[in-house]
Design a protein around this ligand. Structure first.
Ligand code: BG6
Length: 485
């Protein structure tokens, strides 16, 4: 299948940090369909050769295992092309159309890795130039809006040129292998589904912790904050995958319909419930991985006195028959103690304990990163105690499944997976506009309540697990975050 992949923003961070390494991995694994062309588009003048040299150099910053040898790069570079474009000039789109039509590939993927404020103009120009035929798909990278109104504006602009099934909104968390395994775990096995409900599950925790700070992205981050950067999209997408009903088929829309229902069932926030159920924090100086690091306010490009949150913890509920009353605790933050993303499903305790002291409940831990796996925590009798009873010595044990070991050659990174899906036209892992708008609708009262709140975010030391109020939040439900329990 011949494809053309056009990367708008072809010299930007996303392109060289994530997309090119992912495309190279797909190429290296032999997964990229043969007969493809990758065209980078940006505003400065350069030749194909100069662009290839630019990408070659940037690969030095990619993790070593993902760097090409000279010979591999030479073969990969054969796919790479470059084109200068001024994104406001219709003539430049006409030139692009001629380039695309010159070959008539089966599939044309237009990846908008530009600043989102350009999405409306680029989509309008693509439509006007006729670069929106049935073989064309447009991929949109987050942030898709700043609030519901701006997200809708972008979606309207996209819809004016493309159908919903041509518009692929990326949430790269959906491309992570562990997230696909979540669907496999729930809907490919009969074991868990009967337990996957309020009768058996006491609460669910979702943690996306990062040890990095905001780095060189202080200006972007300061107008964004953790709620928009991580909760509105990544954390909520994980929640939908955990809480959704079994879809009737594995079709993209069947899955997305169920995810949308979860988003619509989330308990709405009011000013009072934000004050009670949402904790925001901002990191101060501290120590991460044995290294002293500055506080958020001392990061480059962060304005003095900023009130932007770098940490959010919240409690919500999914208001339907399956989940009524079950607390869902979400948290995410920068400069936390570790890079660690996981979901913990805490099961209820046994109804009538017969073993003294054995009150610890079962839990299932779905690990997203740094490892990708599953742990099922059980209690087992060590046996052989001096009295022979053995049962008094019930101990926690876990069944561990490490997917990287189980499927060593099969693992593909999130962007690799999503790019291959975009080329193949598989939509399951992309976010539909109604899902995205519903997620904004749900977070907006939090943004409003914070804007009206004279208290800013709570400080926490870099290298900690966030402000103590986050622990108090879950303690109210009789819970503790995974590292505390
Ligand atoms: C991005 C956020 O969407 O996800 C970043 O904008 C964040 O702030 C990143 O660091 C985290 O992704 P991952 O895959 O490294 O967990």
């Amino acid at each position: 299948m011949a494809f053309d992949l056009v990367l708008f923003g072809g010299t930007g961070d996303l392109a060289w940090r994530k997309l090119m390494p992912a495309l190279f991995q797909a190429f290296r694994h032999g997964k990229l369909p043969p007969d493809g062309r990758i065209l980078a588009v940006a505003r400065d003048e350069r030749s194909d050769e100069a662009y290839r040299a630019f990408i070659r150099e940037r690969f030095a910053e990619v993790e070593p295992a993902k760097q090409p040898s000279d010979e591999e790069f030479a073969r990969f570079a054969g796919l790479l092309h470059y084109r200068r474009m001024d994104l406001s000039r219709p003539d430049d789109y006409a030139g692009l159309k001629a380039w695309v039509d010159g070959r008539g590939a089966d599939t044309v993927v237009l990846f908008l890795a530009t600043s989102p404020h350009l999405f409306p103009v680029v989509c309008a120009q693509l439509g006007a130039a006729g670069l929106n035929g049935p073989q064309v798909r447009v991929v949109l990278e987050k942030p898709l809006g700043h609030d519901l109104a701006s997200a809708r504006q972008i979606n309207r602009a996209v819809a004016a040129s493309f159908t919903e099934s041509q518009a692929l909104r990326i949430d790269h968390y959906l491309g992570k292998p562990a997230v696909q395994n979540l669907a496999a775990l729930r809907f490919g096995n009969a074991l868990f589904e009967p337990l996957w409900r309020r009768e058996s599950i006491a609460n669910i925790q979702i943690t996306i912790a990062e040890s990095l700070g905001v780095g060189s992205r202080g200006d972007f981050y300061d107008t964004t904050g953790a709620l928009r950067d991580m909760v509105q999209n990544h954390a909520l997408q994980l929640l939908t995958m955990i809480a959704m009903e079994p879809p009737p088929t594995a079709d993209a829309d069947a899955i997305r319909d169920e995810k949308l229902k979860v988003l619509k069932s989330l308990k709405p926030f009011s000013a009072e419930s934000v004050a009670r159920d949402v904790v925001r924090g901002q990191y101060r100086a501290g120590t991460v991985d044995g290294r002293a690091v500055p506080g958020y306010l001392d990061e480059a490009k962060v304005p003095a006195g900023s009130r932007t949150e770098t940490f959010v913890a919240l409690r919500t509920e999914v208001q339907n028959w399956r989940w009524a009353g079950v607390p869902f605790h979400l948290r995410t933050g920068k400069r936390l103690a570790a890079r660690d993303a996981h979901i913990v499903v805490n099961f209820r305790e046994v109804p009538h304990p017969i073993f003294p002291g054995a009150t610890r409940a079962n839990k299932l831990v779905i690990k997203l990163q740094p490892e990708d796996g599953l742990e099922l925590h059980l209690l087992a009798a060590k046996g052989g105690g001096p009295t022979g009873a053995g049962l008094e010595t019930l101990s926690p044990v876990s069944l561990d499944l490490d997917f990287d070991k189980a499927f060593p050659s099969e693992r593909v990174g999130a962007y690799e997976r999503l790019l291959l899906d975009a080329i193949a036209g598989r939509l399951n892992l992309f976010v539909r506009s109604d899902e995205q708008e519903q997620a904004w609708r749900w977070v907006e009262p939090i943004l409003d309540a914070w804007a009206a709140d004279p208290n800013g975010p709570r400080p926490y030391a870099a290298g900690s697990w966030g402000p103590p109020a986050a622990s108090a939040l879950v303690a109210r439900d009789g819970c503790a975050w995974s590292e505390e329990s």
